[in-house]
Design a protein around this ligand. Sequence first.
Ligand code: 3EB
Length: 359
Amino acid sequence: MLTAIQAGPLQMAGSTGLDVQYLSLADLPVNSDAWWDSVLGLAHFGLQPFGRSLEQIAVAEVSSAPLADTHSVCEVWRAEGPMTSGRIGAVRFRANKQLLYGCISVSENPARSGESDNEPSPLEQATARAYTDLFATLDAAGYPQLVRIWNYVSSINRDAGDEERYWQFNRARQQSFLSRQRAIVDTVPAACALGTPAGSPLVIYFLASRVAMRAIENPRQVSAYYYPSKYGPSRPTFSRAALLTEVAGGTLLVSGTASIVGHESRHIGDVSAQTRESMANINVLITEANRLCGHQHYAADMLAYKVYVRNPADLPAIAVELRAAVGQHAAVTYLHADVCRRELLVEIEAVSPGMRASH
Ligand code: 3EB
């Protein structure tokens, strides 16, 4: 009787909720259709290929190694079905009624050298191609609101011509938003942009929605879309966090967050202090999210974290600070990756768990 009463409203609340799990390859079931039915998308992190072909599931393959005993980590996004899967251009996607997960991998074409003044560099061309197909997918599938984008750019700190590759990525990204008549301030998606090993393709995965999300900025930081031009001629197009509305599960998605106050990098050379500053920024975003939703719903110890570490030797120092900030129970996944400013040693992103009644 009690179960029957609870099943009604709780199932409703959970019908579009979003959840994330971090699993090793060995944890993925081979023969359980039911388990895969509620997978919205998957991102695999490791130097080896994912190695399984799943017809209905879109798998992003990111060549960043986990800094743990396992060779790979699977980030599994879950939502309630029914779901449909498909492909538009180079994007693979899977979607339920309100949310779409998509991923894309584009190789840079070195034959198009980009040496001449007018021709976009290979990275800019790859970025433009990826975002063209990404926006085409949102239009065709009907999920207009970009919520969160993960960008993995090979050799992100390397100089190319007289600028950094991250600057080229920023130019092409901003241009892609503009050419689609999309906003490049205020209502932009949460995001991150990390460096992968030389020669890796550009890998992008993303979440989009049929319902609105709230973009959140950090009062301690200048919005990235208003950074001064010393950080590159084209500003980065992202918000500090995205908050899905309650109908979409109320999930909080915190962008890649680093040791930046105002617009300046802080604590150069001190990885422990950079970790503390990054967590101070995330705590401010949690406070902002609670203010927007009107009650104390989000807390640091209930988020799941992904931590990008530039130098693997820094892992112990980072882990000490992180546990002090988030407690022993929060899920934390460490990955080896370059952060987009050379002086930044660590970057942290986070997701609130789903509010789903089941699983
Ligand atoms: C920063 O706050 C650090 O270019 O998409 C964080 C999150 C960073 C997203 C992006 C970059 C991006 O500026 C770097």
